[in-house]
Design a protein around this ligand. Structure first.
Ligand SMILES: Cc1cc2nc3c(=O)[nH]c(=O)nc-3n(C[C@H](O)[C@H](O)[C@H](O)COP(=O)(O)O)c2cc1C
Length: 233
């Protein structure tokens, strides 16, 4: 197996608490950003900006932001959930319902939010905020689909390099949503019309999960030879 394939398979999401006494070394952070710098982007547009946050006061201010879960999130999240490891192993896509609070697992049931909302950002020693400028679009790309893919390529480079360096990585999409985005932009002085894609927690988990089931479809489940050869779901 090539080294790159090994790192690709090792890369994973670390949703556990991070050790605040163990910061990410500057040279490691520079290497992670260097990997992002060389990502492919549509028309080489390099349509990203990254804010690096390691100031504890700023991190605490962001981790104090509260949000409530939207109905649309509950409904669409539910479609992706499996309710047992057996079900997830069989489906090979989606995530385990046990990763979410019980009140997020029932469509049509109003989510029981913690009083005043829950905190979407569990604090970490280094937070990256990924920004893009919606005025800079990939040419002739409906909905700037190619621009969005370009951001994805860049993030994957960051993630693979972090994995290679043994640094835990966790995407927090909520930091780019609704009132949370507005609040983060205010704290960081992000000007209009820039948008937050999401936040990325970097660091070292205090204690990794004892067991984390990760599933993928088999190659033959998504590959087609010469002709599209499968019934639609
Ligand atoms: C664009 C994007 C957004 C994501 N947003 C979140 C998120 O908000 N919270 C989270 O815990 N994981 C998030 N993830 C991680 C995925 O849930 C995760 O990659 C997927 O379940 C596969 O698990 P693995 O990363 O451990 O292989 C996101 C991943 C991507 C690519």
């Amino acid at each position: 197996m090539s080294n790159i394939l090994k790192i690709i398979q090792e890369r994973s999401s670390m949703r556990m608490p991070f050790d605040m006494q163990r910061p990410v070394a500057q040279e490691d952070l520079q290497q992670i950003l260097e990997a992002g710098r060389w990502a492919p982007t549509a028309h080489n547009m390099q349509n990203f900006e990254i804010i690096i946050i390691d100031d504890k006061t700023v991190l605490e201010e962001i981790s104090d932001i509260k949000s409530t879960v939207s109905e649309i999130f509950i409904q669409e999240n539910y479609q992706q959930l499996s309710f047992s490891e057996e079900e997830l192993l069989q489906k090979k896509v989606g995530i385990l319902g046990s990763m979410f609070p019980p009140s997020w697992q029932t469509p049509g049931v109003k989510p029981v939010a913690a009083e005043g909302g829950s905190r979407p950002f569990p604090i970490c020693p280094t937070l990256l905020i990924l920004l893009y400028d919606p005025r800079k679009r990939a040419p002739a790309s409906e909905g700037d689909f190619l621009g969005a893919i370009s951001l994805g390529c860049m993030v994957e480079n960051l993630w693979l390099e972090a994995t290679a360096l043994g640094i835990d990585f966790h995407i927090v999409s909520t930091l780019g949503n609704g009132t949370v985005e507005t609040e983060v932009k205010r704290i960081l002085g992000v000007p209009e019309p820039l948008k937050i894609v999401f936040g990325i927690r970097l660091g070292y988990a205090v204690e990794p999960p004892a067991h984390y089931l990760r599933v993928r479809r088999e190659v033959e489940d998504f590959s087609h030879h010469n002709i599209y050869n499968r019934m639609l779901d």
